[in-house]
Ligand binder design. Structure first.
Ligand SMILES: [Zn+2]
Length: 221
């Protein structure tokens, strides 16, 4: 299960891993916390119209990758908080789909590359996800109305400087780029190929891989 704040987050970051896992026979579910309905500088589109566009783009990206299901939680873009309501919605999703592993961001990630401040929605989604995984989703007396307890075995934390696992995405980076291209409302005329390849190469060179995505993997129990 991949939990992210916005449509396109997974394609910018972890989709090479997602594609590799699917090729290896895994079933992957996405949970997208907001509809990305503030993600534009175009004043001719309403938040409702943008939400419709972005959900469709996310579904197309998931189809490109072979993701089995995408669940939209419907929170408003730009206003996500690591609230109990969000934590409970994520517990519901985890208990329903029973993932062995959950991928999300590092909620502590505030800056990147000296030219970026991480979106508060990314941090909120990540914090709520970690809090849902451990211990909430495995506690039988906590929110029994949202499903039977389930214990996630591993959490893959993306965007952490202390990575302990590199996933080789050499065979799937083109699929990642193709999936990212489905988010046309966000890309405009920009071709993401060079950016995604240079990020992947930078991470991969630490482990002698052409392209990689890296994670801090937490194994529970
Ligand atoms: Zn985002």
């Amino acid at each position: 299960m991949v939990v992210m704040a916005h449509p396109d987050d997974a394609e910018f970051t972890v989709a090479g891993t997602v594609a590799a896992w699917i090729r290896g026979g895994c079933r992957v579910t996405y949970v997208v916390c907001t509809d990305g309905n503030a993600g534009t500088h175009d004043l001719d589109v309403t938040a409702e119209e943008l939400a419709t566009i972005r959900r469709a783009e996310q579904r197309a990206a998931c189809a490109t990758l072979g993701v089995s299901e995408v669940l939209f939680l419907g929170y408003d873009d730009g206003q996500l908080e690591p609230s109990l309501a969000l934590r409970r919605d994520l517990v519901r999703a985890i208990r329903k789909h029973k993932p062995e592993a959950v991928i999300t961001w590092d909620p502590r990630r505030l800056f990147g590359d000296g030219n970026y401040i991480n979106h508060p929605d990314h941090r909120a989604a990540a914090q709520a996800t970690l809090d849902a995984v451990a211990p909430a989703c495995s506690m039988p007396l906590l929110w029994p109305e949202v499903g039977a307890p389930h214990a996630v075995r591993q959490v893959y934390v993306y965007g952490n400087d202390g990575a302990n696992l590199w996933v080789d995405v050499t065979e799937t980076i083109d699929l990642k780029i193709a999936a990212l291209r489905q988010h046309a409302s966000q890309l405009g005329d920009w071709d993401p190929t060079e950016r995604i390849r240079s990020w992947g190469a930078e991470v991969g060179k630490q482990e002698g891989l052409a392209y990689a995505e890296s994670y801090l993997v937490i194994t529970l129990r």
